[in-house]
Design a protein around this ligand. Structure first.
Ligand SMILES: [Zn+2]
Length: 788
């Protein structure tokens, strides 16, 4: 969940009070920005010196963030002294302070800039910024540049977004501004410059900067004209349908979802143009703040780690992370059906784009709903799982006055621990030999209006299986396969259906050099625009040709009563006569099927494209087509054996290649069957050969992350063993242990000294060849083992 989705869902409306009188204010002498920016480090209690010295810009040195999201009432009750004490006790190095956008918290001279109802001429933004700078904190001025009140709309209606009928898009009482209009070109830059001149922050962040999402085409004159200049065409039309769009959409979004024609070249141009415009806005805002405030006065926007949400808002994660000096991640909590592990995966996916030497702070909600404290174990687990993914903390309260004071209890102990250990939690390189590929284009052009189900659920199922098997992995963008391939022995493509020719070639080169490959579902069956190819672009590697047939339920989110047959059968065969010819079999089962010795079948229920295997491929699973469930008398296999492959494997020049037409990854995400998870893990272990650098033995669901710093390894283990892992919020933490950890030592790491940063113990590791082995007695929430 991020702030925008909460906003969309709850439509929280500030009061419409407007146009308060303005008092003259004497401004205190401005803090010198350089001094202010340096003091992010001056916290006397910071236990660990930063690894890279203080000549780095402030946004590379400010690890611990905090935010009190000010509401309109706060100007008359903000106890700055209390909050300064809170900054100190939570060892916060940087704060996000509301400045302007929808609501101004300083006496803005712009007549249309709505002053907070209770501001009454006060300069709350300036007071807080000066206080923070005096205390040695860095400041992000927070903007919210996407909507405005009616008194703004009335004189400037052409700055606002219009629907197909020419009516303004509304969000409650507010009017939505158009991304192509002077609001973004002139007004926001003017406000940014005014804030810098008024009380210079170190940088800017913006809660909701990217305009309308994909479900709402703007038909204002600016959009019509600019799209015509870009494409030579009129804006695409669309009709409102009753059926839902993306699976991530909530019900009201689904009702309003419009039908789109992704095959229409004009619509595709609109998608491309819309993405491009958001990058222009990002660049424009950065030029503005850096010109007015100096080279380090960055405009960092905000992005969500959720790929589906980012795609629906035209935020190109790869391009934005490429531009960013620091990422402000608006991903405050998990969804009700997600585990905490989402946060660790997000951190690694973001850093894979951003670089591992930069920081990405994440807004972590201490509340939920707005004014009630979120259960402490829930907040704590979200935070530590973020740390495991190399995300930096950023506590978040809504409003300066809280009656549920339990929300103030969670931050201090976690940030004290973080402060003492942050040297090990940033500026590190991940160690993983398994790369799992993803791309935003696959979400857009293959996933289209059902992106979560088609493009993301298989990715999540695959990564959940890796987590359960305690196999460290890294998300890798499909455009970075070539760049990142050197560290991987295995590349996994979970239903990466829409692939460009160059991505296909990168995979081919990886395998050509002996890298192993696992691909599932419709991987490479579509172009980068989601157009069906006649056959998989990787058909030669799969050693399988697409027949054009598809088996399984029309809607892949549903399930039907089908199975997969393991080959060869073992034990007594009671199924009677066989239809068709047997697939090629060897006497013993393949290690990929180990653990299933007592069964000939696995439950399936899913979707698979039908392929014809080449002779070099070995078929390990075949489809048993659906048959009745009810009444029980009817429930017998009509066709117990087919030649329709569910899984094929082969070896080629040292590379191990598995193609899994059956959507076992998606099934695992939906059904959580241990068989599906174990099968995927077996496949990964076989294909990765003996390159997986970490083994963790002991009971529990443990998310295992492995990093390297100079001369040391950092093993981060997060204990997800709780019923609350799968149903938010978690009520209590349950310790696990003992766990035995074996880790392969790379060159330069001696593995003689070990520290456990949470328990404080220093057990002695034992060495066996290039492996170090040690025991962790107990883990409550997480443990970080540093091996030197
Ligand atoms: Zn427009």
């Amino acid at each position: 969940m991020n702030e925008e989705s909460i906003m969309d869902r709850e439509r929280n409306q500030p009061s419409t009070g407007h146009g308060e009188s303005r008092r003259q204010f004497l401004r205190k002498a401005a803090m010198t920005p350089v001094a202010a920016s340096l003091i992010g480090l001056n916290d006397g209690e910071a236990a660990a010196p930063l690894a890279q010295g203080s000549n780095l810009p402030w946004y590379r040195r400010t690890y611990r963030w905090g935010q009190t999201n000010i509401n309109e009432k706060d100007p008359i009750r903000y106890d700055i002294r209390w909050w300064r004490a809170y900054w100190k006790r939570t060892q916060t190095q940087g704060v996000v302070i509301n400045a302007g956008g929808i609501v101004a918290y300083y006496p803005s001279k712009h007549p249309l800039h709505h002053q907070a109802e209770f501001l009454k001429g006060r300069d709350l933004y300036g007071e807080l910024t000066r206080a923070a700078h005096e205390d040695g904190l860095a400041v992000f001025a927070r903007m919210d540049s996407n909507r405005a009140f009616e008194p703004f709309y009335k004189p400037q209606p052409d700055w606002f977004a219009l629907d197909a009928e020419g009516k303004p898009y509304r969000a409650g009482d507010l009017y939505v501004t158009c991304i192509n209009g002077p609001y973004y070109e002139e007004y926001i830059p003017e406000i940014l410059r005014e804030i810098i001149a008024w009380e210079k922050p170190d940088g800017f962040t913006d809660n909701s900067w990217s305009g309308l999402g994909r479900d709402s085409i703007c038909y204002c004159d600016n959009c019509k004209r600019k799209f015509r200049q870009f494409s030579g065409k009129d804006l695409p039309r669309r009709t409102v349908s009753a059926s839902g769009s993306g699976a991530g959409a909530n019900r009201s979004e689904q009702r309003q979802a419009a039908q789109t024609d992704w095959d229409d070249p004009v619509y595709r141009r609109w998608i491309e143009w819309s993405y491009r415009r958001r990058l222009e806005i990002w660049d424009l805002n950065n030029r503005t703040t850096r010109t007015a405030g100096g080279a380090d006065c960055i405009w960092a926007g905000m992005i969500s780690g959720n790929l589906i949400s980012s795609a629906s808002r035209f935020r190109d994660m790869k391009e934005l992370c490429r531009r960013a000096d620091m990422i402000m991640l608006d991903q405050q909590t998990r969804g009700s059906e997600e585990g905490f592990q989402t946060n660790g995966e997000t951190g690694k996916r973001i850093h894979g784009l951003l670089g591992w030497d930069k920081l990405s702070a994440e807004s972590m909600a201490t509340y939920g709903p707005r004014k009630a404290a979120r259960p402490i174990p829930e907040v704590r687990m979200w935070m530590v799982e973020g740390f495991a993914g190399t995300i930096q903390p950023w506590w978040h309260h809504v409003g300066a006055y809280q009656e549920d004071r339990r929300q103030f209890e969670v931050v201090e102990p976690v940030l004290r621990w973080y402060t003492a250990n942050q040297d090990y939690l940033a500026n590190r390189r991940p160690v993983a030999t398994v790369g799992v590929a993803w791309s935003q284009r696959n979400v857009d052009y293959y996933g289209r209006d059902n992106a979560d189900e088609l493009a993301w659920v298989p990715y999540r199922g695959m990564t959940e299986a890796l987590l359960k098997a305690r196999i460290p992995f890294l998300p890798v963008h499909a455009d970075h396969i070539e760049r990142d391939a050197g560290q991987f022995s295995l590349l996994v493509l979970p239903n990466l259906a829409a692939m460009s020719d160059s991505q296909v070639e990168a995979v081919r080169r990886f395998v050509g050099k002996g890298g192993s490959l696992i691909a599932t579902g419709e991987t490479s069956l579509y172009t980068e625009y989601g157009d069906r190819r006649p056959d998989f672009a990787l058909a030669d590697l799969f050693a399988a040709r697409y027949t054009g047939k598809r088996h399984g339920p029309e809607d892949p989110a549903r399930s039907e009563h089908s199975y997969l047959r393991l080959t060869p059968d073992v034990g007594q065969d009671l199924e009677g006569p066989r239809s068709g010819e047997e697939p090629a079999q060897s006497a013993a089962r393949h290690p990929v099927l180990s653990g299933f010795e007592k069964t000939n079948i696995l439950a399936f229920g899913g979707v698979l494209p039908e392929v014809k295997p080449e002779s070099v491929a070995t078929v390990l699973l075949t489809l048993i087509p659906p048959f009745p469930v009810f009444p029980p008398e009817f429930s017998w296999m009509r066709e117990p054996r087919t030649r329709i492959p569910g899984l094929l494997i082969r070896e080629r020049n040292g590379a191990r290649i598995a193609y899994l037409p059956a959507d076992v990854d998606r099934r695992f995400q939906h059904g959580n069957s241990p068989d599906h998870g174990d099968l995927l893990a077996n496949l990964v272990r076989w294909a990765a050969k003996d390159t997986i650098p970490l083994e963790v033995q002991g009971l529990g669901l443990i998310d295992c992350h492995l990093y390297r710093q100079q001369g040391r390894l950092v093993v981060h283990l997060v204990n997800l063993t709780s019923a609350g892992t799968w149903r938010a919020p978690v009520h209590e933490l349950i310790p696990v242990g003992p766990l035995t950890v074996r880790v392969r030592l790379p060159q330069g790491v001696q593995g003689e000294r070990l520290r456990l940063l949470v328990s404080g113990e220093n057990p002695t590791p034992s060495r066996q060849n290039e492996w170090a082995r040690f025991e962790v007695k107990s883990i409550l929430d997480h443990e970080v083992a540093v091996l030197e």
